[in-house]
Design a protein around this ligand. Structure first.
Ligand SMILES: NC(=O)c1ccc[n+]([C@@H]2O[C@H](COP(=O)([O-])OP(=O)(O)OC[C@H]3O[C@@H](n4cnc5c(N)ncnc54)[C@H](O)[C@@H]3O)[C@@H](O)[C@H]2O)c1
Ligand SMILES: [Zn+2]
Length: 362
């Protein structure tokens, strides 16, 4: 094995041009590491937020010590949290993984396994977990280090370009649709940001749950794809418009039973206005600092529940891979690009010109 690898190096915060192809030593697995040869790495919106400086700090879990001052990210950094590939090296403490195994990863690792959250199936809230492609180098590279606590086997009939999305783009929506909003047969479900990486899978999952699906998208070409994926109705709207009247009309004057808001500041208020009495709203998007003004009466008088759907867990990753394998959900791949095209892919996502996920294939 040659001892260097191709990687996309982020030289600092800025526009897409801070991402440049370069070379790094192939990382050596420590005792708790799995060395993965990357088959595919999806580009998550979070990668853009790290690159443009919206997210500037390491996560609190990085050193495992709660209360430590959080350090600034250091450069060069390799982005990439949505990873699938083949095991190429195994640390001495890792059990249950063999060379050549095909694996997909959660966006984080380092779960302690002992805290209240780890022991109750909520390890996404473990204080010692840290992020791949933020705190440590990620998947925009030929090789990446993962943890045994962050991986799940990929079924033989699922290609890496689909498997890499199983955690963030699909698993997050499994949690939002099934566990948080608890969508049931016959309900109406409104989904914003529907043509993005999370949304295209959320539409399919809500339909799979038996719902009547109303998707919001920004162009007619995106609407056509959403209909093909199972959306019953698509509202085509410019960013910032109030389309709640359309939702009310499409639901016979009642409003939607469930709202899955994948955008955030730009849409949450309109989602709340679109809800039926007793509506449940799951917020998925927006880690920026913007805010909305909210009249508490709208929540009270409509008897609304506003819920958070934070991050996929291992069970969501496993379920997503199973759904892909059984053909119940289709991974929507906008484009497959070599590592050298990472900056161009970021530019396209900034322009909003993407249906589903762009996937890098080293
Ligand atoms: N809750 C979680 O665990 C979790 C996990 C992954 C991603 N996310 C977040 O979910 C969001 C979506 O992620 P993604 O990877 O699908 O992103 P994406 O870029 O693939 O898709 C975002 C979609 O939102 C639309 N959009 C963007 N700005 C808009 C605006 N102002 N008004 C209306 N529509 C707008 C875009 O056109 C696009 O269709 C991001 O905020 C991301 O950080 C959350
Ligand atoms: Zn823990």
């Amino acid at each position: 094995m040659n001892d260097t690898m191709q990687a996309v190096l982020m030289s600092g915060f800025g526009g897409p041009d801070v991402l440049r192809p370069g070379r790094l030593p192939i990382p050596r697995p420590g005792p708790d590491d799995i060395l993965l040869k990357v088959g595919a790495c999806g580009i998550d919106r979070k990668d853009l937020l790290i690159r443009n400086g919206t997210i500037r700090k390491r996560s609190a879990g990085y050193r495992g010590a709660a209360g430590d001052a959080r350090d600034d990210l250091s450069f060069p950094l390799v982005l990439g949290t949505e990873i699938a590939g083949t095991v190429a090296g195994i640390g001495a403490n890792v059990r249950g993984v063999r060379l050549g195994d095909r694996l997909a990863s959660l966006p984080r690792r380092g779960h302690c396994g002992l805290c209240m959250y780890c022991r109750t199936g909520r390890s996404e809230s473990c204080a010692s977990a840290y992020f791949i492609g933020q705190d440590v180098n990620g998947g925009y590279a030929e090789y990446v280090l993962l943890g045994a606590d962050s991986v799940w086997p990929v079924p033989d009939n699922v290609e890496f370009a689909a498997a890499c999305m199983a955690a963030a783009a699909i698993g997050t929506m499994v949690r939002a649709v099934r566990d948080v909003a608890r969508v049931t047969m016959g309900e109406s479900v409104l989904i914003t940001g529907a043509s993005g990486g999370l949304g295209v899978h959320g539409v399919q999952l809500a339909r799979l749950a038996g719902a009547f699906v109303i998707a919001v998208a920004s162009s007619e070409s995106k609407a056509a794809l959403l209909r093909e994926l199972g959306a019953d109705e698509v509202i085509v709207s410019g960013h910032g418009e109030d389309w709640s009247g359309r939702v009310i009309a499409l639901t016979g004057g009642r409003g939607a039973d469930v709202g899955i808001d994948i955008v955030g500041v730009a849409t949450l208020k309109t989602v709340l206005r679109s809800m039926a009495l007793y509506g449940r709203v799951a917020t998925v998007g927006e880690v920026g600092s913007g805010s909305i003004d909210l009249r508490p009466a709208i929540v009270l008088l409509r008897r609304l529940q506003i819920l958070s759907s934070y991050a996929p867990g291992m069970e969501h990753l496993a379920t997503a891979l199973d759904l892909l394998s059984r053909g119940r959900v289709r991974a929507v791949i906008d484009d497959r690009l070599p590592l050298a095209q990472a900056a161009a892919a970021h530019a396209r996502m900034e322009a909003g010109d993407v249906n589903g996920r762009i996937v890098l294939e080293p």
